[in-house]
Design a binder for this molecule. Structure first.
Ligand code: PLP
Length: 395
């Protein structure tokens, strides 16, 4: 049998009775308190950008992730833009990111008028490679008037943003050491990584808690959703206070005066979305368990197969397995992948290739890049598989 047929048949067998109209990750509110909580918002009139569900959502997230402060905002892209702004990224600066990510990682930088600068990934975690980061900084970085700049563009190197891709933890401890060495701010794009963690000195640390700020997304396709939503995680109380302030138009507290002491945004998460989020958070542990079971099922299905492998969390890492991912191992991966995708879509299994590398998109084709060879190799070989927890149980 040809390899693409063999792979698709193994995927179908794993999905069993769920093998039609199956998307990568779908939201589910079945058997949750969503309706009751939203009803409370509607009945009390507290539907907008403050209310008890917002603080409840933030407190539950803080308990779950161990982050001292959580600031809920309207989506993950906004959370990234706010995080970058809070660590001092401004127009014209450069921010180092991996090219293998969702477009929002780069867009949030552009929204501030700053520029993404692409750093290669490592094969194992698919996240930013610490060795490639240090190597690139050695090539480009110089101190000018005590500010770290790219000697070729003369722009300030203002932040590093690793991404925990598909929920697999990036090598963020090593990256943090490099950021400290060069004195650059570290922001983690943990949009996909709620429930992912790294064992650090026998302590489990949630992804998004290593940098100055980490962000999470609650878009409809993520592990849990608020309809739309995002959050900043930080252990720094000064950053937390400022995040709340500038995400609520930087208005000073006063019974009637409108006084805004700096540039701000209207970025806060509406109460009605937070109510949905709380109902989802109550089911998070169970969903993570079901996703892990599904990942195990895929692992077993591909165990004895040499043409492809299911990606696994690295040593000392726990993945939420947001999107379970298959890596093609043989020759001509692009041709085989195309065949698998078109056959799968014809049978209503909506598999996806990993994103097109960000430096290949028209708005980033002129961006600064380090050597991106591993990103190119990996981006031809990856296929995301259906990963909804409800594929394992009637939620
Ligand atoms: C989803 C996602 C975002 C953006 O989150 P939104 O809530 O959709 O704005 C950012 N980065 C990554 C890696 C994502 O997957």
């Amino acid at each position: 049998m040809d390899i693409s047929k063999e792979i698709l048949s193994r995927i179908k067998n794993t999905l069993g009775k769920n093998d039609v109209n199956v998307h990568l990750h779908e939201p589910s509110f079945l058997n949750t308190n969503a309706l009751n909580y939203v009803k409370d918002c509607i009945e009390t009139g507290w539907v907008s950008s403050s209310g008890k569900w917002v603080s409840r959502f933030e407190n539950l997230l803080s308990d779950f992730t161990g982050a001292k402060h959580v600031i809920a905002v309207s989506n993950g892209t906004v959370a990234l833009r706010l995080a970058l702004y809070l660590v001092g990224v401004r127009a014209d600066d450069e921010v180092l990111i991996p090219p293998m990510s969702f477009v929002a990682t780069a867009n949030s930088i552009s929204h501030l008028g700053a520029n993404p600068h692409f750093i290669d990934i490592d094969k194992e975690s698919l996240g930013m490679c610490p060795v490639a980061l240090d190597k690139r900084l050695n090539e480009i970085a110089v101190l000018k008037d005590n500010i770290l700049v790219n000697k070729f563009t003369e722009k300030k190197i203002a932040a590093v943003v690793p991404v925990h891709v598909f929920g697999l933890p990036a090598k963020v401890e090593e990256i943090k050491k490099i950021c400290s060495k060069w004195n650059i701010a570290l922001i983690e794009d943990a949009a996909e990584a709620l429930g992912s963690s790294i064992l650090s000195n026998t302590k489990k640390i949630h992804c998004g808690s290593f940098g100055e700020i980490g962000i999470i997304s609650f878009n409809g396709n993520k592990v849990i959703t608020c309809g739309g939503g995002g959050a900043l995680l930080t252990n720094n109380s000064k950053i937390a206070r400022l995040a709340k302030h500038i995400s609520t138009t930087a208005k000073l507290d006063h019974p009637w005066e409108f006084f805004h002491d700096q540039l701000g945004w209207n970025d806060r998460l509406p109460n009605i979305n937070a109510a949905l989020g709380v109902s989802q958070l109550e089911h998070l542990e169970m969903r993570l368990k079901l996703k892990r079971d599904l990942h195990n099922k895929f692992l077993n299905s591909f165990e004895d197969f040499s043409g492809a492998e299911i990606l696994k969390e690295s040593k000392n890492c726990e993945s939420n397995y947001w999107l379970i991912t298959l890596r093609l191992l043989g020759n001509n991966p692009e041709i085989i992948r195309k065949k698998i995708l078109s056959d799968a879509h014809a049978s209503k299994i909506y598999l996806r290739p990993s994103w097109k590398l960000l430096n290949k998109l028209p708005m980033y084709s002129e961006a600064q890049c380090g050597d991106l060879s591993q990103s190119y190799i990996q981006s031809e070989r990856l296929i995301n598989l259906p990963s909804s927890p409800q594929l394992m149980a009637n939620l």
